[in-house]
Design a protein around this ligand. Sequence first.
Ligand code: DHE
Length: 537
Amino acid sequence: MLSQRSKIAVLAIIAFLGMIAWNVLPARAVHVAEEFERARNIYFNRCAGCHGTLRKGATGPDLTPAKLISKNYNIQILKAFISNGTPGGMPSWKGILSDEEIDEVAEFLQLEPPTPPEISLGDMQESWKLIIPPDQRPKKPEHTKNWQNFFGVVLRDAGKVAILEGESKELVNIVDTGFAVHILRSSASGRYFYSIGRDGKITLIDLWMKKPDKVAEVKTCSEARSVDSSKYKGKKGDFLDKLAVVGCYWPPHFVILDGQTLEPKKVVSTRSYTYDTNEYHPEPRVAAIIASHHEPEWVLNIKETGYFWIVDYSDIINLRITQIEGERFLHDGGWDASKRYIQMAANMRNKMVIVDNEEKKVVAQIETGNKPHPGRGANWIDPKYGPVTATPHLGEGKITAWGSDPKGHPQHAWKIVRNVETLGGGSLFIKTHPKAKHVWVDHALNPDNKIRQSVCTFEKDKPEEKPTCWEVSDHGRVVHMEYNMAGDEVWVAVWDQVGELVIYDDKTLKEKNRITADWLRTPTGHFNVYNTMNDIY
Ligand code: DHE
């Protein structure tokens, strides 16, 4: 048995050489190499999202060996953090990872992080599969279903997307997409769903086919979280359904693709300097992307450097990018109701950053609370303060709403007007709809079983009343809400090995349907076509 120290030394040599040479290493080293590879995979799949592939930190702290040594974090302390989580929002991995895996990850953290390979446009083109070319696709819908009210449901661990009919709640098809699908976005017309997996694979799904299915796919990077489509039609051209963009975590870049075929057209690196200290950052990841409805533009959150990149896609040969200084660790967010203002969370700075996309500048930074996490956020009209937008928080049980109508209600613009108490922290998403009565929030990452299985709602017209909260399920985590097209019912996911979709009447809060089936494996995000194409939230 090798001592801890010598095991680390062997691992360090392997990491340094950057090779896993199975056939030339002695048996013990092969075993250690296997452990290293296992730990590398676990880190990549479970930890890199928050701490970064190079471990320089973002939503989670810096975990480079130098930083751990400076904090005196020895192997025991690391194991305790991984096993138990932290009050700051890190989940407990005990029960999800075995004791042996926790040991291996703790050891892996003491080594310099290996750098994964770069990916060129040529590599992407090699992986590109055009399954059904546009001229062989239906000219009009081949079914009579209301496809604008379809729901695309992410089956995360199955690497699939289920398409359900909004009216009948029947399953229309299950589409094979990619490893750990993260989100779906609709094309501007709504005809297509784009799905993005954590493995950087984007899949194009045609909802007009008799049985909606994938028509193209391509791998754009080894780690991604965001995708959107081109939504502008006006004086500068008609870009509806013409282009798509993927935002990658690793390599840190974004990729512009043909919206109908997914042929990769252009890759742009985001490696650059932090907006505030002007230090070079090797891994500025692309977090949320939102497409403008008023200009041929995408807004990209460049997480680690703290910039908004406004990418003008009207001429991708001579690409123009406006770089706006925001705040470090920009993560998620969306538009205000007028779709002029970009509202994004810099969650590790406890702020929402507001950009006027007409003037192309930051107009406000609002300190809302401990780690705001809005998803796309929620917009509604408050009886006292007019149009408002709100976010829940990862670090505390609170929804914070601010005025978001500087024209009509300048006195409240970008000022906090309400705080609504929820059951606790760990909230990931908030949702409403212009025609809805209620605002909904989850608590998916709360450490308490009962709380993470509960939602809270309050009436838009009675925001001072105590929210109504209840347990949606007695298993899994309850995550993400989405309205139907009419805005009168809400779909909530129970994220579990065999999950559920629970559908409520938004007016009465009564349960209308509960869908559960073997195919409903780990449902997380679910996206209504009409609301997603129109950015209704
Ligand atoms: Fe997400 C949105 C990143 C973990 C489900 N998630 C987003 C966005 C980003 C992001 C940048 C915004 C995309 C956009 O709008 O273009 N998510 C990350 C992470 O880095 C993080 C924290 C850790 C990780 O390792 O990935 C993470 N996300 C999760 C989950 O654990 C969730 C609950 C399930 C899963 O997929 O693993 C999850 N994220 C979602 C969903 C959205 C999302 C459902 C879209 C919300 C919407 O209403 O638009």
